[in-house]
Design a protein around this ligand. Structure first.
Ligand SMILES: Cc1cc2nc3c(=O)[nH]c(=O)nc-3n(C[C@H](O)[C@H](O)[C@H](O)COP(=O)(O)OP(=O)(O)OC[C@H]3O[C@@H](n4cnc5c(N)ncnc54)[C@H](O)[C@@H]3O)c2cc1C
Length: 275
């Protein structure tokens, strides 16, 4: 959401005027005074030749059962025991109580599925993997997160973008919350020390190369996503993978992660971004 510092900003939208909501220039007349603007309005960027644009799309159900057969002690993080017929797909599960479990079917692909395909995959997983056959869906959620190595423009004049629009979504994982919080910490550190809000050190450049390589490998399809993650999970401690997902790994840890996957497709993928 747009927030103005020091000065109150009324957008045309709030005045009920017709406006193209995807156009920040229409919403804010930024760059003409000392007001600082923040925006998290997102629109799909115009892609550059080496940009990939995958979608992380998911549908989750909270299901209630009689409790019979439900393992309430086990959480599944990226469980690939689901069909890969639509592309890289996995399931998260989180038991919520003796009777309730949250199950989320997630894909990394370039196209969305038909609504019934998400439901089919959820039903299949709940029956075949969780072994639960009688249940009621008590809640559902869904979402789409862009996974792109496009380089977003963080700032433009007095406008600073935060969130996905500012490049805070990690392209290889879709994780956004942690990165946005880091960006906001950096903004606040500048404000507290009386400096201009921007520039600040953005996410490390190594993330760009790492993420571009993963997206390139997924795009080529010669090393399926399910196998990449299977290799990572079977060859590395879960704590290291969690650190990677939160972008907290150091250089040596990054090398360990790279070492856990088949080198040839990754070197070929990386080469595209180094040349
Ligand atoms: C069900 C679900 C579960 C998720 N789980 C996770 C998770 O566990 N971890 C994680 O990292 N990410 C998760 N995500 C993704 C995460 O929510 C997004 O990546 C993140 O919220 C993006 O942040 P953002 O600030 O860029 O945009 P948003 O959070 O979408 O914020 C943009 C805001 O702008 C407002 N807005 C949009 N257009 C206009 C307009 N024209 N005028 C005024 N306001 C406008 C929107 O209403 C919204 O409030 C999940 C998403 C969903 C849907």
């Amino acid at each position: 959401m747009p927030i103005a510092m020091n000065k109150f900003v009324v957008s045309p939208m709030l005045l009920g005027l017709p406006v193209d909501l995807s156009d920040e220039h229409q919403l804010f007349d930024y760059g003409h005074d000392r007001t600082q603007y923040f925006s998290s309005l997102y629109k799909r960027p115009a892609l550059q030749p080496r940009d990939h644009y995958f979608l992380q799309h998911f549908k989750g159900w909270t299901v209630r059962t009689s409790g019979h057969g439900l393992n309430t002690q086990r959480v599944h993080l990226m469980d690939f025991r689901t069909s890969q017929r639509h592309g890289t797909a996995f399931v998260y599960t989180l038991p919520l109580s003796e009777q309730e479990v949250f199950v989320e079917y997630t894909l990394f692909t370039t196209e969305l599925l038909l609504p019934e395909h998400y439901d089919e995959a959820l039903k299949e997983y709940i029956g075949q993997v969780l072994g639960v056959h009688e249940y009621e869906v008590v809640e559902e959620e869904s979402g789409i997160i862009p996974m792109t190595n496009h380089r977003f423009r963080r700032a433009e004049g007095s406008l600073v973008r935060i969130g996905t629009a500012g490049g805070d979504t990690r392209a290889s994982t879709g994780y956004t919350f942690t990165h946005t919080q880091r960006t906001i910490d950096r903004i606040l550190a500048n404000v507290r020390s009386g400096k201009p809000v921007y520039p600040f050190t953005d996410h490390p450049a190594k993330n760009y190369y790492f993420d571009s390589t993963i997206l390139e490998v997924l795009h080529r399809g010669t090393y399926p996503g399910s196998l990449i993650f299977e290799h990572m999970f079977s060859r590395l401690p879960a704590s290291l993978i969690l650190k990677f997902l939160d972008s907290e790994t150091n250089f040596l840890e990054d090398l360990r992660i790279m070492n856990s996957v088949n080198k040839k497709p990754f070197i070929a993928g990386l080469a595209k971004y180094l040349i």
